[in-house]
Design a protein around this ligand. Structure first.
Ligand code: ADP
Ligand code: MG
Length: 262
């Protein structure tokens, strides 16, 4: 039995089908890249997993149906980082990241040593330690994106769902985040990460799930999924695929010519 299993997960809003019978098995310790064009259903899939949208079918984590868990049990098992930026709050960065520890607290509980350690580690992982006393609403867009990821990391949950966490980051921090997510997975966590950068997906992800129109087009290793045919048919681009230092890269190069049904 796989660690995370989706069984015929479907999602419809106002009669519009956002996800169509998604079935998927994910091993523990897997860095899974969720890719697909705008509107493919990537965010909807993460929201279903995070229980933010009602879905049909079943999602099991370590054998347990997520629908049977109460919100706190769910919050301890999976951390969700949404695509929107809701972090412009007048809070100290350290206090903002510490919000990720709320599921661990008792009602009146003060932060434990483990809470403080998790917050400090998450800030260090996101290269934010020097900014701990700055207000979140004074940070740059990229710093805020790292703060949001630090808050999700601080949860310490076995499953992390991250929707386009590197979209606002410079190349150094994009690479840093992907390396850090890989390191988290080697420690046994599993990460589902939505990416538009196909080179990051092909270099760092163990598995890639290509979605289009709410359906799975292909699920497998980056080399299996990121093929010229899939890029042409699903993304409607021609791309250069190559290798550098024995690692794959994908460089979208041109829009597929109109009328080219390849
Ligand atoms: P993406 O792959 O870009 O993350 P989404 O999962 O956000 O795509 O959206 C998938 C499709 O569902 C899109 O066509 C989007 O417009 C539509 N959609 C998303 N949320 C809603 C909603 N609350 N009501 C109606 N349609 C929605
Ligand atoms: Mg999205």
């Amino acid at each position: 039995m796989s660690w995370l299993a989706l069984e015929a997960v479907g999602l419809a809003i106002d009669g519009k089908r956002l996800l169509d019978s998604i079935s998927l098995e994910v091993e523990q310790g897997c860095l899974l890249g969720l890719i697909g064009p705008n509107g493919a259903g990537k965010s909807s899939l993460l929201k279903a997993l995070a229980h933010l949208l009602p879905y049909s079918g079943a999602i099991r984590l370590d054998g347990q149906d997520l629908k049977t868990l109460d919100p706190r049990q769910r919050a301890l098992r999976l951390a969700y980082l949404g695509q929107g930026d809701e972090s412009g709050w007048p809070l100290r960065l350290g206090d903002y990241v510490a919000l990720g520890r709320l599921p661990h607290r008792t009602f009146w509980g003060l932060p434990s040593q483990a809470d403080r350690q998790a917050v400090a580690q998450a800030m260090a992982d996101m290269a934010l330690t020097g900014l701990a006393s700055r207000r979140v609403d004074s940070l740059s867009g990229g710093e805020r994106a790292r703060a949001r990821l630090a808050r999700a990391l601080a949860v310490g949950s076995p499953l992390l769902l991250a929707d386009e966490p590197v979209a606002a980051l410079d190349p150094f921090h994009q690479l840093n985040v992907m390396q850090m997510l890989g390191a988290q997975c080697r420690q046994g966590r599993s990460v589902l990460v939505v990416l538009h950068d196909l080179t990051l997906a092909s270099r760092f992800c163990d598995r890639v799930l290509l979605l289009d129109q709410g359906r799975v087009v292909e699920y497998g290793s980056p080399r299996q999924v990121l093929t010229p045919k899939n890029l042409q048919q699903v993304y409607k681009v021609q791309a250069m695929l190559g290798e550098h230092q024995q690692q794959p890269f994908v460089l979208p190069w041109a829009c597929r010519p109109e009328g080219d049904g390849a």
